[in-house]
Design a protein around this ligand. Structure first.
Ligand SMILES: *Cc1c(COP(=O)(O)O)cnc(C)c1O
Ligand code: SF4
Length: 352
C-alpha cells in the first residue's frame, strides 16, 4: 500500500533518513509540494466537497481502509459536483465493491516481486530497466495495480542506490532507464537531478523515460526547477503521461505539456481501459484528439491488471478489442493507442 506522503517523510526524517530518493530534509516546500501535502485524504471530505449523496460515504470509508484516498485540489477542480458518475471521480472514489473477493484478482498481478535483481529496480524487458524512484503518488487511483505494492521493501538507501546504479553500469545491454513509482515526480528536483547525473555518467544509457501522472494531477509540478535539471541532461527525454479521459486535460495541463515540449521532451500517453470511465468510442476518440491538442501522442491502452479490489473496472477482452477496432475507423493511425496486456513472464507487453 502507498501510505506515505512527502509531508510524512519530511516530519519523519529520523526514521527515513537513510532512504535516498524520498528523504527530504531541509528543503523548503515548493508550490507543488504544498499542493501534494494538502491533497484530500479523508473520504468524508471528498464526498462533502463533491456534494455527493451520503449513500456513497460507507463505501468510500470502507475502500479507504484498503487503499487510502488521495486527491489533490487541482484534480478535484475538474470533477463535476453532485455527479457520482463523473469519469474523474470514478477513478478516485472508493466503492464498497473494492471489498469483494473476485477469483483471479490478486495482490501482485504482474508478479513483479520476482524481477527485482536490486532494491528499487525491475528488469523484465530487454534494454530497459524500471526504477522505483519514489514510493508516493499525487493521486491514488482506485484501479492501480500497485495498490498492494510493498514499497517499504523497495525504497532503497543511498548505499543501495549505488548498488542499483552499479547493476545498470555493468549491463551494457541497457540503454534506457525508466523512472517509475509510485510517481517518480513526487521525488524532489534535487533528488531527481542527483539520480539523473549518475545515470548520464553511464555511457551506454541513451534515454531517460519518466512514467508519471503528476503533470496531470498537479500541473504546477512542471516548474522551473524541474525544467532546469531535465533540460541539462544529455539523455534523450521521454515522458509517458497517464491520462484516461479528455476531462483530465485542462488549460493548466496543456500549459505544462507545452513547457515540456519546449525543452525537447517527447510526450506520450498511456491509459487504462476502465468501466464507466472511458469504455466508449466517443470517450476514447475524444481523449486521443485532446491529447494531440496538448502535443501528446497516444501510446498504450492497457486492459486492467487483475488487482484485488479493482474488478468493478474490468472490461472483458472481446469488448476491448471491438472498441479499438471501431476506434480505428474514427481516428488517424497516429492517434491510435496500442491495446495491450501485461502478462507475467512475457518479454514485452502483449498486444491483444
Ligand atoms: C511496461 C514496462 C516497461 C516498458 O515497456 P515498453 O513496452 O517499452 O513501454 C519496462 N519495464 C517494466 C518492468 C514494465 O512494466
Ligand atoms: S498515479 Fe499511477 S502508480 Fe499512482 S496510484 Fe495512480 S495508477 Fe497507481
Amino acid at each position: 500500500m502507498i501510505t506515505r506522503s512527502l509531508a510524512n517523510v519530511q516530519t519523519d526524517s529520523p526514521r527515513h533518513a537513510d532512504t535516498a530518493l524520498i528523504s527530504v530534509s531541509n528543503e523548503p516546500q515548493t508550490r507543488w509540494q504544498a499542493q501534494l501535502a494538502g491533497a484530500i485524504r479523508d473520504p468524508r471530505e471528498l464526498c462533502r466537497r463533491l456534494e455527493l449523496d451520503p449513500g456513497w460515504l460507507p463505501g468510500a470509508e470502507m475502500g479507504h481502509t484498503l487503499f487510502e484516498v488521495r486527491v489533490p485540489e487541482a484534480y478535484l477542480s475538474r470533477i463535476r459536483r453532485g455527479d457520482p458518475h463523473d469519469p474523474l471521480l470514478r477513478q478516485v472514489l472508493p466503492l464498497m465493491a473494492e471489498g469483494n473477493t473476485i477469483q483471479g484478482f490478486v495482490q501482485d498481478p504482474l508478479e513483479e516481486s520476482g524481477h527485482t535483481p536490486r532494491r528499487g529496480l525491475i528488469h523484465k524487458y530487454h534494454g530497459r530497466v524500471l526504477l522505483i524512484a519514489s514510493p508516493t503518488c499525487a493521486v491514488n487511483c482506485r484501479y492501480c495495480f500497485r495498490r498492494h505494492f510493498p514499497y517499504h521493501e523497495n525504497s532503497p538507501s543511498r548505499a543501495q542506490w549505488s548498488d542499483t546504479l552499479a547493476y545498470i553500469h555493468d549491463d551494457t545491454s541497457i540503454n534506457e532507464v525508466i523512472l517509475s513509482g509510485g510517481d517518480p515526480l513526487a521525488a524532489s528536483d534535487r533528488q531527481l537531478g542527483w539520480l539523473t547525473e549518475r545515470l548520464e555518467a553511464i555511457p551506454h544509457i541513451k534515454r531517460l523515460r519518466i512514467h508519471t501522472r503528476l503533470p496531470v494531477v498537479i500541473p504546477d509540478r512542471i516548474d522551473t526547477e524541474l525544467l532546469d535539471w531535465l533540460s541539462a541532461t544529455r539523455l534523450q527525454k521521454v515522458m509517458v503521461l497517464h491520462i484516461n479521459h479528455a476531462n483530465e486535460i485542462d488549460d493548466a495541463v496543456m500549459a505544462a505539456c507545452r513547457r515540456l515540449k519546449d525543452i525537447g521532451v517527447t510526450l506520450l500517453n498511456q491509459s487504462v481501459l476502465l468501466r464507466e470511465v472511458n469504455d466508449s468510442i466517443e470517450t476514447l476518440a475524444e481523449l486521443s484528439e485532446q491529447l494531440f491538442e496538448a502535443g501528446v501522442l497516444p501510446y498504450y491502452l492497457h486492459v486492467l491488471d487483475p488487482v484485488a479490489g479493482a474488478a468493478h473496472f474490468d472490461v472483458p477482452d472481446q469488448e476491448a478489442r471491438s472498441l479499438v477496432e471501431e476506434l480505428r475507423t474514427r481516428l488517424p493511425g497516429f492517434l491510435m493507442p496500442t491495446l495491450v496486456r501485461e502478462i507475467p513472464g512475457e518479454a514485452s507487453k502483449t498486444p491483444l
